[in-house]
Design a binder for this molecule. Structure first.
Ligand code: ADP
Ligand code: MG
Ligand code: ZN
Length: 480
């Protein structure tokens, strides 16, 4: 009989608020160690937290987008534990009344739809960062950087509804897309602003849930996929040799391609949670909820639907463009400025995607000026430059933020439609390639493309294709 893998995810997303959750310090990533701190977030005795409203608002945005029930009387709790990255020795979090409960997300894998239940979203504060220096004398030393202390986090806890790594990745991708479109997190996994804990067990289909292990803080989709495959086969091997899976926290070592047991899993009692006495319970009224609902940004799937309906894009173009909010923003700006949504869509899905590929540019890194692109579109549609020149100018704008007007002038890319110049070029080419011209006249029509190419070359690629073609046809017919 086969084994079934059961997975539940706990995802942490750092919020993109300007300031921290309980003080005015910046949430900016990095910085000189211990410069983004104050008495509140460095845990000095006698300080009091002051809740950042934007954190609550962002949590509600995500809750509304994913169909959660919002907890109107919601509270914070203290989770007590000592660790050197947590100067207060407790983390303010939510256990008893998390802000959002019972949401869901629809995912697609292998053409199949599935709904993943999401148990809750709660708000909490991030801890600092420990930097280990293994080369220091006496076996190493550890530095503490509190800049990240108090950066707001949402923890999004799923039901154990996943059955494969493909489902997990599909969920994480859609969750990231949603967080980005809602503008509430930058989701940079490499900077730790989105990280996932994977809870995994195996069982015979139909049995009760098996004993699970937890792998913490996985920070790339690839590592998550590999960790899941490894851990599922490890547990199956344990069970098939009549052993027992221990409930424990394991560390995934992506270089080694293995997970290692770290500690037996603690439970809620171990943390001595109690209601946070320094913060009042939150009352979330309908007026506030309605206001957030009314200002909810458009999500990726809503954009896709609108692009097809309003602009007449194909489904596939619409989904390429919504791959990242940065790209759909670029598209919307170019479409709006140029008034040419279809041409703008072709530009993004064609040239811009090709250039991103060639230069290894990620969607979030694209900084191309929408005004310049819409100007270049107006030039090609207005007949001032031809398609070859169009591609060249777009590339110059993309790679070096060139100014289209001066670039075109400098490179002489304005389209030549002037009959005298084109006639001159055609005459010269026909004289230089008299044999091919004769071939054409005796019925070898294929030669036309070659002659056309020669004329274009002579015109530096800037000939108006229609005028050039017509002139060539006329001159070939005339001197027959
Ligand atoms: P804890 O309080 O220890 O973090 P929770 O009950 O909150 O445990 O569950 C944490 C995550 O583990 C949730 O995403 C849940 O879906 C998942 N989970 C719980 N039990 C199992 C199991 N037996 N197998 C796989 N995942 C599980
Ligand atoms: Mg947990
Ligand atoms: Zn502070």
């Amino acid at each position: 009989m086969k084994w079934e893998t059961v997975i539940g995810l706990e995802v942490h997303a750092e919020l993109a608020t300007q300031s921290k959750i309980f003080c005015g310090c910046t949430t900016a990533f990095g910085g000189e160690p211990n410069t983004h701190v104050c008495p509140v977030c460095s845990g000095m005795p006698g300080t009091l937290p002051d809740l950042n409203r934007a954190v609550v608002e962002y949590a509600i945005r995500l809750g509304l987008a994913l169909d959660f029930t919002i907890t109107k009387h919601c509270k914070f709790d203290r989770k007590n534990y000592f660790y050197p990255d947590l100067p207060k020795a407790y983390q303010v979090s939510q256990l008893y009344a998390p802000i959002c409960r019972d949401g869901r997300m629809e995912i697609h894998t292998d053409g199949k739809k599935k709904t993943i239940g999401i148990r809750q979203i709660h708000m909490e504060e991030d801890a600092g960062k420990l930097v280990h220096d293994p080369h220091a004398p006496k076996g190493g030393r550890t530095f503490m950087d509190f800049n990240r202390c108090g950066v707001p986090l949402l923890e999004i806890v799923s039901q154990p509804d996943f059955r494969s790594s493909a489902e997990v990745i599909a969920y994480l991708e859609k969750l990231r897309e949603t967080l980005l479109y809602l503008g509430i997190s930058d989701c940079k996994m490499q900077e730790g602003s989105m990280r996932a804990d994977v809870n995994l067990s195996v069982r015979r289909p139909g049995d009760e849930l098996g004993v699970r292990t937890e792998m913490k803080n996985l920070n790339s989709f690839k590592a998550i996929g590999r960790a899941i495959e490894y851990e599922a086969s490890r547990q199956i091997a344990v069970l098939e040799s009549r052993g027992k899976v221990m409930q424990e926290t394991r560390r995934w070592d992506d270089d080694a391609g293995k997970s290692f047991g770290m500690r037996s899993k603690e439970n809620a009692q171990d943390y001595r949670y109690f209601p946070e006495p320094d913060l009042l319970p939150l009352e979330i009224d309908d007026a506030w909820l309605d206001r957030i609902k009314a200002n909810l940004p458009e999500l990726a799937h809503e954009k896709r639907e609108r692009y097809v309906r309003v602009y007449g894009l194909s489904e596939s173009e619409a989904s390429v463009i919504t791959v990242h909010k940065n790209i759909s923003d670029l598209f919307e700006n170019v479409a709006h400025n140029s008034g040419e949504p279809l041409e703008s869509a072709h530009l993004i899905t064609g040239e811009i995607m090709r250039l991103m590929n060639d230069t290894g540019t990620l969607p979030e890194e694209v900084r191309t000026d929408a005004n310049k692109l819409s100007f270049v579109i107006s030039l090609v549609l207005g007949g001032a430059i031809n398609r070859n020149a169009y591609k060249e100018v777009v590339e110059a704008v993309f790679t070096k933020n060139a100014d289209p007007e001066s670039y075109i002038a400098e490179k002489g890319l304005m389209m030549v439609s002037d009959n005298t110049i084109i006639t001159e070029a055609v005459t010269a080419v026909l004289a230089a390639h008299a044999d091919e011209a004769a071939d054409y006249r005796s019925g070898k029509e294929k030669v036309f493309g070659f002659l056309m190419g020669q004329v274009m070359k002579k015109l530096g690629g800037t000939g108006n294709p229609e005028v050039t073609k017509k002139t060539l046809q006329e001159l070939l017919a005339q001197s027959r």
